[in-house]
Design a protein around this ligand. Structure first.
Ligand code: ZN
Length: 147
């Protein structure tokens, strides 16, 4: 049976005793050590969570607004074919230079498309097209990450 010194009064107390028989202070470094380990573990878990949260927010905020995240909101493949709703919306908004176009549908919103228009097959301009509300914004600068 091992003995430990009571932290309060210095009395030698059995490690199996939970309190010091002399002063009644809590003893048992094993209990204390275990509690400290649990606290340390919880702190580590919280820290890891915080760090991963922070890195999540930094990575998402740093990438938001740049071309890479914009490209991820749309299909990876271009549709070269004719799309009735896009053609109508472009025409109703008086968009010129869309004799030829290709488009990608938004993965997040229905009836939202990014449309690349060209009249000569070389110079492209980008438009955002909402076929449901017949809205077009652009021309925007073409985004290299879309190709
Ligand atoms: Zn004591």
């Amino acid at each position: 049976m091992a003995l430990v010194k009571c932290k309060e009064c210095g009395n030698e107390v059995s490690t199996t005793a939970k309190t010091c028989p002399k002063c009644g202070a809590k003893v048992g470094p094993k209990h204390y050590g275990c509690g400290a380990l649990i606290v340390a573990f919880i702190v580590v878990v919280i820290m890891v969570k915080c760090i991963s949260n922070v890195s999540d927010t930094t990575s998402s905020s740093s990438s938001s607004g740049n071309s890479e995240s914009a490209a991820r909101q749309y299909e990876s493949q271009w549709h070269p074919e004719f799309h009735k709703g896009i053609t109508q919306t472009l025409a109703e908004n008086g968009i010129r230079g869309c004799g030829e176009y290709k488009y990608k549908a938004s993965l997040k919103h229905d009836n939202e498309y990014v449309v690349y228009c060209t009249s000569d097959g070389k110079n492209w301009s980008a438009y955002l097209v909402w076929t449901s509300i017949k809205k077009v914004t652009g021309p925007h600068r073409t985004d290299p990450s879309f190709d």
